[in-house]
Design a protein around this ligand. Structure first.
Ligand SMILES: C[S@@+](CC[C@H](N)C(=O)[O-])C[C@H]1O[C@@H](n2cnc3c(N)ncnc32)[C@H](O)[C@@H]1O
Length: 157
């Protein structure tokens, strides 16, 4: 199984970007992982929140292959402890999925079409974070999950 992290809009936060790259580099030892960034919507200022969500949603759905499993990162999703998340990833790998796609929404979240298409929703906390921070948090949690699965001394309960 491969994992793709799909995000909207490039990050201008260099510190975050550098940390994201650190974990991406570490993840290479465990799984095929890529971060794909959908460019910001042009003229977003002239669009309503709803229109922007819909446009972003179209781009997200266009980016998916028929066999991808789509999981949204969403404050209202299911919360896991890190060990539970590592078991969740192991089950996904066992089930023969070709690619698991985690998606991070734009400033207003996801359109209804994206919610309809998704096979699951995961929350990293009940609090709302910026889409840029969530990139770092999910990459670190995926890395943590693999160190748990390999019994490596990174995670401590
Ligand atoms: C600024 S938030 C959007 C918040 C918006 N209120 C919503 O309804 O989704 C941008 C994106 O970051 C991600 N995000 C923010 N906080 C999160 C959390 N606690 N757990 C998982 N994803 C989160 C989600 O993908 C969200 O669409």
């Amino acid at each position: 199984m491969k994992i793709k992290l799909l995000a909207i809009g490039k990050t201008d936060a260099e510190n975050l970007q550098s940390l994201i790259e650190t974990y991406q580099g570490r993840l290479k030892h465990y799984i095929g992982f890529k971060l794909e960034v959908i460019p910001d919507i042009k003229n977003a200022k002239n669009l309503s929140e709803q229109q922007q969500k819909e446009k972003e949603g179209e781009l997200i759905l266009k980016n998916l292959a028929a066999t991808d499993q789509l999981i949204l990162l969403d404050e209202k999703g299911k919360e896991f402890r890190s060990i539970e998340f590592s078991n969740y990833l192991q089950k996904k790998m066992n089930s023969g999925i070709k690619q698991l796609v985690f998606v991070i929404g734009g400033p207003y979240g996801f359109s209804d079409a994206v919610y309809k298409k998704a096979q699951g929703k995961i929350s990293l906390s009940k609090m709302t974070f910026s889409h840029q921070m969530i990139r770092l948090f999910i990459v670190e949690q995926v890395y943590r999950a693999f160190t748990i699965l390999k019994n490596e001394p990174y995670h401590h309960e």
